[in-house]
Every structure is written in C-alpha cells, then in structure tokens.
Design a protein. Sequence first.
Length: 65
Amino acid sequence: METGPAIFAATVFLLFGAAVLTWTATRVARDAPVAEGVRPTVAVPLAVLTGGLALVLGAWCLTRI
C-alpha cells in the first residue's frame, strides 16, 4: 500500500535531479550563466549539489519499497 507513494516520490526526485544536472552541464558547456545574477563559482557547485542530493534521495526512496 505504501509502495505507490514511494515510487512516485522516487520518480520525482530522480527526474528533478537529472534535469538539474543536465541543465547545469548544458549551461556550463555554453559558457552561459547557470542562475541569473549569481556568480558561476557559487551557482555551479550549488546546482550540482542540489541535483546530486535529489538523485540520492530518489535512490533512497527506491530502497524503501
């Protein structure tokens, strides 16, 4: 009964993490700002950390099934 919400949460976290990491990699490759008005030395590590954390949370949710 609780597997449905766990699968949904895992899917959301995994998609968000993958999207953030893809967005960051694309913007860095094109020398474009990752976040408007934020220095790249701050924005890139924060975006990578956020995307990685979302992927870890998604994997953790899948282990709870």
